[in-house]
Design a protein around this ligand. Structure first.
Ligand code: ATP
Ligand code: MG
Length: 254
C-alpha cells in the first residue's frame, strides 16, 4: 500500500531583494486510494508544491518520501525513472503536441520508454478507450474540445500506470460539463494502487476529496492580503482534512 509523506517542505525563491517562500514547512501524508485536493488562492504555492512531489523541482528544505523512495534526494537516472514510472502529471493547459493525433500523443512517452511501435499503439488505444475517447484517436488536439484534450492528457499520464497522479488545475480551462467529466475520471483513478493529488481553486474538487491540503496566505500586519513579491514569512500553510462526505472534520493551522 503506497504512502506519500511530505515533511517540513519549504521552497524559497529569491527575487529583487526579497525571499518569497510560497511553500513554508508544509507537512502532510496521503495513502493509496486517496483523492487529495491542494487548495489555495493564486500565488499560494500549489504548482510549486506539486512540482516538488513530481520531482520537477527541488525544494529548499524538507523531505518528500513515496514508499521507500526519498524523492527529494533523487538525482540523475533514478530521478528520471521516478518521473517516468512513479508519477503521472496532468497540466492545466493540457500540453499536448499539436501536430500529433490523440493516439500519437499517448504513444509518444511509450516510444521514449522504448516500447515497440505496435505495442505502444495498442496500449494508447486501450487508454483512449478508458478515458472515453476511442472514437477520437485520430483527431489532433486542435480538433478536440478542451475536455477531450484533457482526457488525452490523462491517458498520456497513465501510460506507465503510475501509482501517483499529480494534476495542476486540470479543470481551469474547461466548461461545467467538461469539469464534471474530468473530475469523475480523476476521482475514479484514486483507487487501490493509486493516489491522486489535484491543485485547484474549485469547490467541486474539494467536495470529492478525501483530504484537503490548504495553502493559506497569512494576512499582513496591516490586515491586507500580501500582493506580488512578499518578504519571507508572509505566507503560512494550513491544512484541513475532509471526509468523503465533504463534512469538515478538523481544521488545523500548522
Ligand atoms: N521560478 C520562480 N522564481 C521566483 N518566484 C517564483 C517562481 N515560481 C513561482 N514563484 C512565486 O512563488 C509563488 C507561488 O507560485 P505558484 O505558481 O506555486 O502558485 P500557485 O498557487 O500555483 O498559483 P496559481 O493558482 O496562480 O497557479 C508566487 O508568488 C510566484 O510568483
Ligand atoms: Mg499554479
Amino acid at each position: 500500500m503506497s504512502q506519500l509523506a511530505v515533511s517540513d517542505l519549504t521552497v524559497e525563491f529569491r527575487s529583487g531583494g526579497y525571499i518569497v517562500r510560497p511553500v513554508n514547512q508544509v507537512s502532510f501524508a496521503a495513502s493509496d486510494g486517496e483523492f487529495v485536493a491542494v487548495l489555495g488562492p493564486s500565488g499560494c504555492g500549489k504548482t510549486t508544491l506539486l512540482s516538488c512531489i513530481a520531482a520537477l523541482m527541488t525544494p529548499t528544505a524538507g523531505c518528500i518520501r513515496f514508499d521507500a523512495t526519498e524523492v527529494t534526494a533523487l538525482a540523475g537516472r533514478a530521478r528520471a525513472q521516478y518521473r517516468r514510472h512513479t508519477v503521472g502529471v496532468v497540466f492545466q493547459a493540457f500540453n499536448l503536441i499539436p501536430s500529433l493525433t490523440a493516439n500519437g500523443n499517448v504513444v509518444a512517452p511509450l516510444h521514449l520508454a522504448g516500447v515497440p511501435r505496435r505495442a505502444a499503439a495498442q496500449r494508447a488505444s486501450e487508454l483512449l478507450e478508458r478515458v472515453g475517447l476511442a472514437d477520437r484517436a485520430r483527431h489532433r488536439p486542435g480538433q478536440l474540445s478542451g475536455g477531450q484534450q484533457q482526457r488525452v492528457a490523462l491517458a498520456r499520464a497513465l501510460v506507465h500506470e503510475p501509482p501517483l497522479i499529480v494534476a495542476d488545475e486540470p479543470t481551469a480551462y474547461l466548461d461545467h460539463t467538461q469539469v464534471e467529466e474530468i473530475l469523475q475520471l480523476l476521482h475514479g483513478l484514486a483507487a487501490p494502487g493509486r493516489m491522486v493529488l489535484v491543485a485547484t481553486h474549485d469547490d467541486r474538487v474539494t467536495r470529492l476529496a478525501d483530504q484537503v491540503v490548504e495553502l493559506v496566505p497569512r494576512r499582513t500586519a496591516s490586515g491586507r492580503e500580501p500582493e506580488g513579491v512578499v518578504p519571507a514569512d508572509d505566507l503560512v500553510v494550513g491544512r484541513r482534512d475532509m471526509a468523503r462526505s465533504s463534512l469538515l472534520k478538523e481544521k488545523t493551522r500548522l
